[in-house]
Design a protein around this ligand. Structure first.
Ligand SMILES: Cc1ncc(COP(=O)(O)O)c(C=O)c1O
Length: 459
């Protein structure tokens, strides 16, 4: 494997005032012709990237702490990924997996399920192109398999932009306003956020409080035997990079078993090694046994930026009949080649220089060091109310002196970091998410942290 160049910058390199002239010109054209729904949190127009660095059209090189929303697992233009894509596109780019098998995608399915299967329990895979498609597939399968219609989701969740997915989403009304009617028979319950415990609970009791709340709904408004599935992000992404208490997901698994309800884990944002384990749910469960869902959705980080998603389901659940679901592009062989290359690095089949045995291990180690330093910064900056996460899935929550979320300060912090050459992205009400490529080294993390400290001190 060729390696990334040895000449990568150690600091952001800002050649122009931001935004530079080329950036401004493209942003003006963009504002003329692209969808009015697109957001532009700050003026950045990429030209090329290498590793954890992105250079804009004016030649300004920035450190990437958000990876295109947790997508660029192996960084930008990783030689191993580039080579895999080039090789596959030279063979064939499309035949349609719904109708014809293709070895590269069969092998990808085998590889993905190897990370979740246990003895005596087989899993199958449906491939799509985006997270929302994986979520749609999961919900369709759950209804089709159980013959039940009701789906329970969580407040603060994000599951995508298609009709089913926006119905399930519980983070912001702007995703739903003016788009109704949405999917019937969907309910939302609170997410157990230990920093802002719902339902009058405490950080320690919030998991049980949500479980009790769901059981209460089963007695009053939702007949449990009409519930097909509960869908949840094992660590909530868009809603604020929240890690639930240790007892919650095992409790949810037990509750689903009690009522014959399928448990869907949406791992689109936290999965594929980002949390330091292949799937974020693997952080939870007793006796080293993670608490298994029935269905898992994956996308984002799966192929280092190429569009592919997967819905994994236990074999006994994937009972929908031949022809009932499919996709023209889903499981595309070029994206599958990128997914294999990404898995090579995640599993350590191919090593990335300076990143330990594999990228999951690197995510754990570098993520721990970032969190330790951010927690130390809390003493310096009292408006940093909470630092939380696992691996390189880290949330930094900004608070007012009374402890309430400070979204305005978060926005200023985000811009101050950008102006100093650190790409970052908000989430939740007042959170900055830190979700860099998993090849981030300790030294690069240190560079990012220094920029953050300087930006925070300027507020
Ligand atoms: C947890 C989760 N599910 C689903 C989605 C939707 O993915 P996509 O934008 O690829 O449709 C997202 C996107 O942010 C997500 O974070």
């Amino acid at each position: 494997m060729t390696t990334l160049s040895q000449t990568q910058p150690r600091q952001p390199l800002l050649k122009t005032a931001l935004p530079g002239p080329q950036t401004r010109a493209i942003m003006e054209r963009d504002a003329q012709h692209l969808s009015t729904s697109y957001m532009r949190p700050y003026p950045f127009v990429p030209d090329h990237g290498e590793g954890v660095w992105l250079t804009d059209v004016d030649g300004n090189t920035m450190l990437d702490f958000f990876a295109g929303i947790a997508v660029s697992t192996t960084g930008h233009a990783h030689p191993h990924v580039v080579q895999a894509v080039q090789e596959q596109i030279g063979k064939f780019a499309h035949v349609c997996l719904t109708d014809y098998p293709q070895e590269i995608t069969t092998r990808l399915a085998e590889r993905l399920v190897s990370h979740i299967e246990r003895p005596g329990e087989k899993w199958r895979v449906f491939f799509g192109n985006s997270g929302a498609e994986a979520v749609e597939a999961a919900v369709k399968l759950a209804r089709n398999h159980t013959g039940r219609t009701h789906i329970i989701s969580t407040l603060g969740s994000f599951h995508g932009r298609t009709y089913g997915a926006i119905t399930l989403t519980g983070s912001k009304t702007k995703y739903k306003r003016g788009f109704g009617p949405l999917l019937p028979n969907v309910s939302h319950v609170p997410y157990p956020n230990p920093f802002r415990p719902p339902l009058g609970s405490t950080p320690e009791t919030c998991g049980q409080a949500v479980l009790n709340h769901i059981e209460g709904l089963f007695q009053t408004v939702i007949p449990a035997d009409e519930v097909a599935a509960i869908i949840i992000e094992p660590m909530q992404g868009e809603g604020g990079y929240i890690v639930p208490p240790a007892d919650f997901l095992p409790g949810l698994r037990a509750l689903c078993d009690k009522y014959g309800i399928l448990l869907i884990f949406d791992e689109v944002q936290a999965g594929m090694g980002r949390s330091g384990k292949m799937f974020s749910f693997q952080h939870f469960g007793a006796d080293g046994q993670s608490c298994q869902p029935d269905i898992v959705t994956l996308a984002k980080g799966i192929a280092s930026g190429l569009p592919i998603s997967a819905m994994l389901a236990k074999e006994r659940v994937m009972t929908w009949p031949v022809g009932s679901h499919g996709s023209t592009f889903g499981g595309n062989p070029v994206a599958a080649a990128a997914a294999h290359a990404t898995l090579d690095l995640l599993e350590g089949v191919v090593k990335h220089p300076g990143c330990g045995a594999n990228l999951m291990e690197n995510a754990r180690e570098v993520g721990d060091s970032i969190m330790a330093e951010l927690r130390a910064m809390q003493a310096e900056f009292p408006f940093l109310g909470d630092v939380r996460g696992r691996g390189l899935f880290i949330g930094l929550e900004f608070v007012k002196p009374d402890g309430s979320p400070d979204g305005a300060l978060r926005d200023r912090a985000s811009m101050a970091m950008f102006e100093r050459g650190l790409l970052n992205l908000d989430c939740g009400e007042a959170v900055i998410r830190i979700s860099p490529p998993l090849i981030l080294t300790r030294e690069e993390a240190q560079t990012g942290l220094s920029i953050m400290r300087e930006a925070l001190a300027s507020l």
